[in-house]
Design a protein around this ligand. Structure first.
Ligand code: URA
Length: 434
């Protein structure tokens, strides 16, 4: 078997066999297939698609490219969560400490920013000292000791996905059902939970732009879950505008901290409650979804969720004094309010473009090896349906480069479409699939 024949086969729209997919995943993980050969194959998959058999084989090959954790020592049902990506999506940071504070073990492997979306690992790393690159042993010990660990992808867990994920990001091959489904489900299989709740984002700030594609992606992941013996629930959420009010690494840590202290934007709260209540259900801690939502609110109000967040950060080497006093996070050099010159209602927000502006300012990567600037990003002051008066602040740009700031201001204004008629607030939860 050789990689050139495999690339040619997918280029010519033929189905790859299990052996061919295993060969590619194995040889690429071992660096025997080059990045440019892998890029050619990934682009061919992006353009020509995959059958469900191919998607399953790709998922399993990536999941078993490293260690597969056994979490049974933490209980009969261990539940995990993942998002398909979005703008300002800080749900993991808020939800996982809540779940752990409720006594449900949390062992979560997160990703870095992908395309125009942010990643939990980058956000966590903006807390001074927080170590996302821990070994699998430490990860397990943390869960044993304090009931929660959030880490980045190590070399041992789904290493093939780690490589392909970075590669896709650098060759514009992100928004694709077979590649997203196999990437997410391979990580979930490798990290060992037997119940999975997925946040499937839909809208202009998500990889799935419409509900039909989001349903297709959900079905694909639920089917993979079934084959792998993992009960999977997908919650479809609106990403036609950023989630919450901040985009950018430190800015989102600050918003998540406030959320865990009880001060949460309504859209963030709805997603936290919906996902969380299904996680509680799948973990076997309560069948009544409305009752579970109450448990989540009580956990926040009692301060237990916030205390668990502090415990998590401290346990992974982070300096909790920044969380206890978020004004310790140094601001970017320029903190620039953008005013509106129109009156009316926000009709539309280009969330994808806001994500791209945030990346351009330095919050995300253009090349695989780019460094992240934790300080930069955007604050969104007005959301869809909000009333706008002249000279209202639409948002605030946090930048460290004067030229980038100047370019961002005009682009930022263009992201908001304002009309004269009243506009209803959009629905946040768009569907649940099991
Ligand atoms: N999250 C992942 O882990 N992979 C993707 O492809 C998209 C979102």
């Amino acid at each position: 078997m050789n990689i050139l024949d495999i690339i040619a086969k997918k280029r010519d729209k033929k189905e790859l066999s299990k052996e061919e997919i295993d060969y590619f995943v194995d040889e690429y993980t071992k660096n025997n297939v080059t990045d440019y050969q892998a890029a050619a194959l990934i682009m061919a998959i992006y353009l020509n698609g995959m059958t469900s058999k191919e998607i399953t084989n790709l998922t399993l090959a990536m999941a078993y490219s490293g260690e597969v954790l056994d979490l049974t020592r933490f209980g009969e049902n261990v539940v995990d969560k993942h998002s398909t990506g979005g703008i300002g999506d800080k749900i993991t940071l808020i939800l996982m400490p809540i779940i752990a504070a409720l006594g449900i073990p949390v062992a979560k492997m997160s990703g870095r920013g992908l395309g125009f979306t942010g990643g939990t690992v980058d956000k966590l790393e903006s807390i001074p000292g927080y170590n996302t690159q821990i070994s699998v042993d430490e990860f397990m010990e943390n869960v044993e000791k304090i009931g929660i660990s959030l880490m980045g992808q190590t070399l041992n867990l789904a290493p093939a996905d780690k490589k392909i994920y970075g590669l896709r990001d650098s060759i514009s091959c992100v928004e694709n059902i077979p590649l997203i489904a196999s990437s997410i489900m391979s990580k979930k299989i490798a990290s060992g939970a037997n119940k999975i709740v997925l946040e499937v984002t839909v809208g202009n700030g998500a990889f799935m732009k419409n509900i039909e594609d989001a349903r297709k992606l959900s079905e694909t992941m639920i089917d993979i879950g079934k084959l792998a013996g993992k009960e999977t629930v997908c919650i479809l959420t609106n990403m036609d505008e950023p989630l919450g009010y901040s985009i950018g690494n430190t800015l989102e840590i600050i918003e998540a901290t406030e959320g865990l202290q009880g001060d949460m934007e309504d859209d963030v709260k709805q997603v936290v409650l919906e996902l969380g209540s299904y996680m509680i259900k799948l973990a076997g801690f309560g069948d009544d979804i409305e009752e579970n939502k109450k448990k989540i609110m009580d956990c926040i109000d009692s301060g237990n969720a916030y205390m668990k967040f502090l415990e998590l950060i401290e346990n992974q080497g982070g300096d909790v004094s920044y969380i206890n006093d978020v004004s310790k996070f140094e601001n970017a050099k320029y903190v620039f309010p953008v005013l509106t010159d129109k009156v009316g209602y926000i009709q539309n927000i280009d969330a994808e473009k806001l994500g791209k502006i945030s990346c351009y300012l330095g919050a995300g990567r253009i090349k695989k090896e780019d460094n992240i600037d934790n300080q930069v990003g955007l604050i969104i002051n007005k959301k869809i349906g909000d009333k706008i008066d002249e000279n209202d602040i639409l948002g605030i740009i946090h930048a460290n480069d004067e030229n980038k700031l100047k370019n961002a201001v005009e682009e930022f204004k263009q992201c908001f479409k304002i009309c004269e008629e009243y506009v209803e607030k959009p629905k946040v939860i768009l569907g649940i699939m099991k």
